[in-house]
Structures are given as C-alpha cells and as structure tokens.
Ligand binder design. Structure first.
Ligand code: MN
Ligand code: MN
Length: 362
C-alpha cells in the first residue's frame, strides 16, 4: 500500500502536481487497504506532495479505517457536518494543480470541491492509477485465482441443476446462491444464462424461458472475492445439437485457443484479436463475431486495457485480461468461450480451467 502511495508521490513530483484528492472507494482501497461503501458520503484520500497521506472518512467508518488502512492520519466528518468544509482545512494552502480522478468525479461533487479548494487547475490522475493497476502484484494474482476458483465451482454446481424445463432465471438464482455459499462477496456483474436463440444476444437478459433439448445454453458469470473479479463464459449443448451448431462451437474454440497461444509479453493486443478474428473469418463466420476479443480484469470487471484489433499497445508480464471470442447467428444461437489469462515472463497462464470441449448437459 505504502509503495503505491510512494509511486503517486513520484508522479506528483514529475508532473508539477501539488496534491491529489482521491475519492473513488476502489482507489482508496487500492492505495490504503481500507474498503468501504460510503454511499453518497464523502470518502477522501488526500496526498499532499511530499507529505504524509490523510484519510477523511464518514464518522461511522472511523474504527474500521483505523484497523484496515495503512494511513495513520485519519479525520472524520459526521452526517451533520459539511464534509467539504472539513476537507478544505486539511489541504495545504496555495495549491495550483490538484490531481483528481476525472473518470469518477460527478459534476456535483466537482463543484463542491471547487467551492472548498482554491486550486487553479484540476489534473486527471487516471493514467498513473491505471498503469499501476494494470500490472497485478503477486497478492492480487492470488486473490484473482481465488475468485476464478470460486466461479468455476459455482458454474459446476449450476450446470448440475440443468434439465429440460428449468428456466434461465431459476439457474441464475442457483448460481448466485452458490456464489455466496462458496465464499464470494457476490456476482461481479449480472449473471447471464441464455438458452436457445437467446444465446445469440451477447447482452441478453435471462428470463422465464425454459431450457429445451437440442439447444445451446450459454453461461456468463463472475464473482467478486477479496475485492477482485473473475469472469467466465461456457456454452453447453442441452442434448444433441445440430451439425451447424457443432461447427460454430468448433470455430469459437479454435479462435479461443489461437488467441491464447498468441499471448506473451511484447506482442500487441491487436494481434491477439486478429488471431481469433481471422480464424473465425476463415470458418465463414466473420460478421457474427461482433465484439472485441476481451478486456482487462481486476478490481473492476471491465478495466484497462481493451483488447481489440486496433489496440497496438503491448502486453506486459503481470497483466490479467479475458479472451472471449464468440459467434452469434440470429435465430440459430450463439457460442462464446471466455477465459481469464495472466501474462507471464515467457507466455501465458490460463487462470480458468473449466473444460472447453463441447459438453452435453441436462
Ligand atoms: Mn463474461
Ligand atoms: Mn468478459
């Protein structure tokens, strides 16, 4: 935690920033080890250049902040206080450039900060935070492997409940029950179970539709555990499916394996997307792969980087992202196979291990 704050101190030095004001709970957690949901209340980590970090927390969070955070200078505000007035007394005077998270600040909160602080410029500090977060530390990798382990157990339990006649939403309920039971904080996004032609909707909504023999059943789910997300998709056959569906499945699996094979330090994200896309095009399904290959994964379910064909940034050891090619043929069905991968010094470690061959269930 302290080393992360030190990195921001160096960034402030190099970029003429006088102080940083961090208010997103995720970043406060990332930088101090203190996790809370303050709802609409102000939670702020203040980093004045060259000085000790200050935490301003809602009074009801004080005890936990003291125990969990690496910061020892902790101030509080109660529900009857004006939190921004207290904030103004904690910031050093004569701030020219104040670093803030432009992605996360609402306009209303920004106006309150402007009233409280006499900074002349607001500088975005998204970049240094993003660059730190994209490389996972050994501790973060352990947490993410744990989140993957839980979600794969959840998926196994959910698949066991599938039989013709059960509804998509009943399977979702079982999956989310298992998440908590197996030790997750909860789902990392809305759990998706899509049957038959609905599997061709990459962002479809589970409902009362019943699982039917001879159709596909797509599961896309993830959990949060210890603050970190997992994300997996597997597509199953309920009973015997058509040759066309088997072809589609084979093409997606091939694309998934090719993209994983291409994953190693120094290659571009674009090259991974192209490896998958070209193989799907060669199989004749190019127009039906209508989204990017994947996305960064960590404290957020979708985070930097975006793995698409025009991203010429290069992979670095310690990055974790998803590889999730899909083919979606309207009224026939869709197949997506999604893995979470870690870039290692000489290649890739696939964190998800759930079998990928076409499996008949139900
Ligand atoms: Mn997913
Ligand atoms: Mn995903």
């Amino acid at each position: 935690m302290t080393s992360r704050i030190n990195k921001l101190q160096s960034y402030m030095d190099a970029n003429y920033i006088d102080a940083m004001l961090i208010t997103s709970p995720k970043h406060v957690y990332y930088l101090t080890g203190f996790a809370t949901n303050p709802h609409e209340r102000l939670l702020a980590l203040l980093l004045p250049k060259g000085e000790e970090a200050i935490l301003l927390v809602p009074a009801l969070d004080f005890a936990e902040a003291q125990t969990e955070s690496s910061v020892s200078k902790i101030y509080t505000h109660s529900d009857t206080d004006n939190a921004f007035e207290i904030l103004s007394t904690l910031l050093p005077s004569g701030i020219n450039n104040l670093g803030v998270e432009k992605e996360d600040l609402t306009v209303r909160r920004f106006e309150s900060i402007c009233d409280a602080v006499s900074a002349s410029n607001f500088v975005d500090i998204g970049l240094p935070l993003r660059e730190m977060r994209v490389i996972k530390t050994p501790d973060e990798i352990v947490r993410m492997k744990h989140a993957v382990h839980i979600v794969e157990e959840v998926l196994r339990a959910g698949v066991a409940k599938v039989k013709p006649g059960v509804t998509e939403i009943e399977i979702v309920a079982e999956l989310e029950y298992q998440m908590k039971k197996l030790g997750a904080q909860g789902p990392s996004f809305d759990t998706m179970v899509l049957s038959g032609p609905k599997s061709a909707l990459p962002h479809g909504k589970p409902d009362q539709r019943k699982v039917k023999e001879g159709e596909l059943l797509l599961f896309d789910l993830g959990v949060y555990a210890d603050g970190y997300a997992s994300d997996i998709t597997r597509t199953f056959a309920v009973g015997e499916v058509s040759d066309e569906i088997k072809n589609i499945y084979g093409a997606v699996l091939n694309a998934n394996l090719l993209a994983i094979e291409a994953t190693r330090p120094d290659v571009t994200f674009g090259s991974l997307d192209r490896a998958a896309r070209e193989s799907i095009e060669a199989a004749g399904y190019g127009p039906y792969f209508n989204h990017r290959l994947g996305h960064g994964l960590g404290m957020d379910i979708h985070e930097y980087p975006s793995i698409h064909g025009r991203n010429e940034e290069r992979l670095l050891e310690g990055m974790i992202f998803t590889i999730e090619p899909g083919i979606y043929v309207p009224s026939v069905g869709g197949v997506r196979i999604e893995d979470d991968v870690l870039v290692t010094s000489d290649g890739v470690e696939v964190l998800t291990s759930f079998p990928k061959h076409l499996t008949v269930i139900g």
